[in-house]
Design a protein. Structure first.
Length: 175
């Protein structure tokens, strides 16, 4: 298989997950699309090296998260529109079950949102999340704990079991 065919096959298979992760990180479908495109452009350049890595998905997730961090540092990204909530993903996407949950996720600080997405959407272990984000295991545990407590507080109108079930729906397994 040629480099382009191999890269194309990877992108065709993983792009929906990358977009979903980017949307959860950004909270805006347009910025998420830009983030995915920038990540894939960088990935294409590095593909000969990356394709030989043992965990290609981990490498690409790290590129996506780092791209989001870099994007947030740009001065024009500091402006926030508050008149209307961000657009939701297309109706065919399985991760839009609870508008309240997604609103609460978007309200989390970026670091906590990243941890929750990697742990509960991607289903990574604490160690894998720490490696992907370049932080300690303790930081992942603390940010996960604080983020889930904030989600419970924000979603206080729903019973805690419903919140856990909804978060479990992200990964397809009960939490």
């Amino acid at each position: 298989m040629s480099r382009d065919e191999e890269f194309g096959a990877y992108v065709a298979q993983r792009r929906p997950y990358l977009y979903a992760s980017a949307w959860l990180l950004c909270g805006d479908p347009h910025r998420a699309e830009d983030l995915v495109q920038e990540t894939l452009a960088k990935l294409y350049v590095a593909w000969p090296r990356v394709s030989r890595v043992e965990n290609v998905d981990g490498y690409v997730r790290r590129m996506l998260v780092n791209g989001h961090i870099d994007d947030g540092r740009r001065p024009w990204r500091r402006e926030r529109l508050t008149a209307e909530p961000p657009d939701a993903p297309a109706a065919s996407d399985p991760y839009e079950d609870s508008d309240e949950l997604w609103g609460a996720l978007r309200a989390l600080p970026a670091g906590q949102r990243r941890v929750v997405i990697l742990r509960h959407y991607w289903g990574l272990s604490i160690q894998e999340t720490a490696n992907d984000l370049g932080v300690s295991v303790g930081t992942v545990k603390r940010q996960t704990s604080v983020a889930l407590a904030m989600l419970r507080h924000v979603l206080a109108t729903e019973p805690a079991a419903t919140v856990k079930t909804t978060i479990g729906n992200l990964t397809g397994e009960p939490r």
